[in-house]
Design a protein around this ligand. Structure first.
Ligand code: NAD
Length: 478
């Protein structure tokens, strides 16, 4: 057990054990071994983190600091993340079997999240309106207070950075609770924030389970904002808990993304992105293109190419540079995905490729299924794994109807070389993000979020400013 690593809570810039000394095991899903332990936060640990963040907000320099100075501090953290990018990526790869090259990409995007919001708060200070009445009015965006941020395991560092970066950039103090499955990289981020010279309490990391650790944060009236990324079911609990003290919530929840390939698509490009959209990160992406709709005129040829491309993905150790696809992130999640694949067989679906690896590993191979009824669970529910359900369509109208026939509405993709159709269909799709002839590209100035069961609110650029501040109008008689 001697080389087992430990990830404590980071409170007031100190790495600490839980008050009662409790720890939990952290697994490496590729080797199926425990490689670390983390502090298991209790209600008391959560309260300690809230007290620290509250003190830092009410009495500390961070909310009162000049915007240029705050931006510089956040850039210092981003610099350290860049210097230690391999280490951060190694933690995510070990913790959830993410191929190392993909983990490096996630670190780079996380660094960019910090840099973007550091500059955004510096440059988007407020609006001024000279009024015809002779008054002069302006809006001011002051920090909201203490932010509780709760993140999932599929992009451990990146999801956390999307929450922490705008929260602290706008002058709030923050407590991040990473998923119990992936505490490592976020704990390291907390260590780096201390090293970057952040005042104590600005960024606290609370490790532990959803309850009691996460639930204590969301239900505490000393918390002013709750930002949550995770499943739709947990999102409802989080919203109910925050409502007890009227804390505004931002919820980024599950998805069942539609991917529509029209008859005039560039097929090479569509096949490439269909594979990326459902098999990258072993399909553990809220934005996955998990429902694929292909025009009937190219259905058979497209399926043949899609299956061939899926089977060409190299499956293996996340640290082998050849690996494109590895195991699922935990045994619990593996069991869930397997139950959907087996359910699909029982429901009469045709499995064109994929299924369980059958070697004792927690790998579900890239899986492509068609022939399922439109009310079958694997077709309707979020599997959150490398499982694509495919259907054909004949008309644009039918494609839009199929794509929108879901409780989720996070994202959709469409592939067409017809410009008018691209705009027309993008506008009709009920989704927070629509990608045309591409996938996974994000500009942090635009809104990000979901419709229906996929979430509440939008993040990004000024949308994050609205959420993480208390906007105020000041009216002056000149
Ligand atoms: P989850 O809901 O099980 O857990 C998410 C986080 O919530 C974890 O940190 C967990 O400990 C915490 N939690 C659990 N119960 C809680 C409670 N009662 N109160 C407070 N916190 C609680 O989700 P998961 O399995 O970690 O992540 C997968 C889900 O996340 C998928 O549904 C996926 O689509 C979604 N997701 C959404 C986005 C997005 O941007 N919309 C991004 C990534 C993942």
């Amino acid at each position: 057990m001697s080389d087992i690593q430990f990830f404590g809570h980071i409170i007031d810039n100190e790495e600490v054990e839980s008050i009662d000394g409790k720890r939990f095991d952290v697994w490496n899903p590729w080797t199926r071994e425990v490689w670390a332990q983390a502090a298991e936060g209790s209600e008391k640990d959560a309260e300690r983190a809230i007290e620290s963040a509250r003190r830092a907000f009410d009495e500390g320099p961070w909310p009162r600091m000049g915007r240029v100075e705050r931006a510089a501090a956040i850039h210092r953290l981003a610099d350290l993340m860049e210097e230690r990018a391999d280490e951060l990526a190694r933690l995510d790869s070990t913790n959830m079997a993410k191929p190392f090259a993909q983990a490096k990409h996630d670190v780079a995007r996380s660094v960019w999240n910090f840099r973007f919001f550091a500059d955004h708060q510096r440059d988007h200070v407020g609006e001024v309106y000279p009024m015809d009445s002779g008054h002069h009015t302006y809006s001011e965006f002051g920090p909201a207070g203490v932010v509780a941020a709760i993140s999932p395991w599929n992009f451990p560092l990146m999801m956390a950075s999307w929450k922490i970066a705008p929260a602290i950039a706008w002058g709030n103090t923050c407590i991040i609770k990473p998923s119990e499955d992936t505490p490592a990289s976020v704990t390291m981020l907390g260590r780096l924030a201390a090293e970057a010279g952040f005042p104590p309490g600005v960024l606290n990391v609370l490790n532990g389970y959803g309850a009691p650790a996460g639930a204590t944060l969301t239900g505490d009236d000393r918390v002013d904002r709750v930002t949550f990324t995770g499943s739709s079911t947990t999102g409802k609990h989080v919203m109910a808990s925050a409502a007890t003290h009227l804390a505004p919530v931002s919820l980024e929840l599950g998805g069942k993304g539609a991917n529509i390939v029209f008859e005039d698509a560039d097929v090479d490009n569509a096949v490439y992105w269909a594979v990326e959209a459902i098999f990258r990160n072993a399909g553990q992406i809220c934005l996955a293109g998990s429902r694929l709709f292909v025009h009937s005129s190219l259905y058979d040829s497209f399926m043949a190419r899609f299956v061939e491309a899926a089977e060409a993905l190299t499956i293996g150790d996340p640290f082998d540079p050849a690996t494109k696809f590895s195991s699922l992130a935990s045994k619990r999640h593996f069991d869930k995905v397997v139950s959907y694949v087996e359910g699909a067989k029982a429901l009469g679906g045709t499995i064109h490729t994929g299924g369980v690896a059958d070697d004792g590993s927690w790998v579900v191979r890239p899986t492509i299924i068609d022939g399922l009824a439109l009310d079958a669970a694997p077709y309707c529910e979020e599997i959150f794994g490398p499982v694509c359900v495919v259907n054909s369509f004949d008309t644009e109208e039918e494609a839009v109807h199929l794509a929108n026939d879901t409780r989720y509405g996070l994202n959709a993709m469409l592939f067409t070389e017809n410009l008018s159709r691209a705009h027309r269909v993008a506008s009709r799709l009920r989704a927070g993000t629509v990608w045309v002839n591409c996938f996974f590209i994000r500009d942090l100035r635009t809104p990000f979020g979901g419709v229906g069961d996929s979430g509440v609110g939008r993040e990004g650029g000024n949308f994050s400013r609205e959420f993480f501040t208390e906007p105020k109008a000041v009216v002056m008689q000149i």
